[in-house]
Design a protein around this ligand. Structure first.
Ligand SMILES: [Zn+2]
Length: 193
């Protein structure tokens, strides 16, 4: 499923040139001449998730008969908040209890990246990853915890450098069974159960 079609880089570059003019800069001075096209290239990469369905990363599963918790911890990601188009960066922790069929760990990282590379809010990013796992893998349960720093909060506005936001989304057994949720949180924190 593609939502956006091809990205229109000339249109981005023209808009950035307008922004430079609007802030009182000279877009034709040497240092800024290539800025509009550089930003267009960067946005193509940072918003690449709009032109893919991240769920396709979960298509390739294999049957290992494994029915215990699997956790991929400290998946680094970068996203842009949809309110300011400023970066928020941090780590995602993803866990699930398979019903036999498992997915490659690199695919979990790709899933996070696919949803991160869109204009986002952290809360939606968290639940989109959890819902994709639940619906595509049909696990006994799954959970996602994201810990991120929002530059729209650390470099402007209330300017609170160091503050991080933590969100979680628990599904199935991770939501219903307190001991399962606790095991997941202990693993994410670095504990061994
Ligand atoms: Zn923001």
């Amino acid at each position: 499923m593609s939502r956006g079609g091809e990205i229109d880089k000339p249109r981005i570059a023209a808009a950035v040139r307008e922004i430079l003019l609007a802030i009182g800069e000279d877009p034709d001075r040497e240092g800024l001449q290539r800025t509009p096209s550089r930003i267009a290239d960067a946005y193509e990469e940072l918003f690449a998730g709009l032109r893919e369905d991240p769920r396709h990363h979960l298509n390739a599963t294999f049957d290992e008969g494994h029915k215990e918790m699997v956790v991929l911890r400290d998946i680094p990601f970068a996203s842009l908040c949809e309110h300011h188009l400023l970066p928020f960066t941090g780590f995602a922790h993803v866990g699930y209890i398979p019903r036999g069929r498992i997915v490659g760990l690199s695919k979990l990282a790709r899933l996070v990246e696919g949803y991160a590379r869109r204009p986002q809010v952290q809360e939606r990013l968290t639940s989109e990853i959890a819902d994709a796992l639940l619906e595509e893998l049909n696990p006994d349960g799954c959970g996602v915890i994201i810990d991120a720093v929002h530059t729209c909060m650390t470099i402007r506005g209330v300017e609170k450098p160091g503050a991080s936001m933590v969100t979680s989304a628990m599904r199935g057994g991770f939501r219903n069974r307190p001991e399962t949720r606790a095991e997941f949180i202990a693993i994410v924190r670095g504990g061994r159960t």
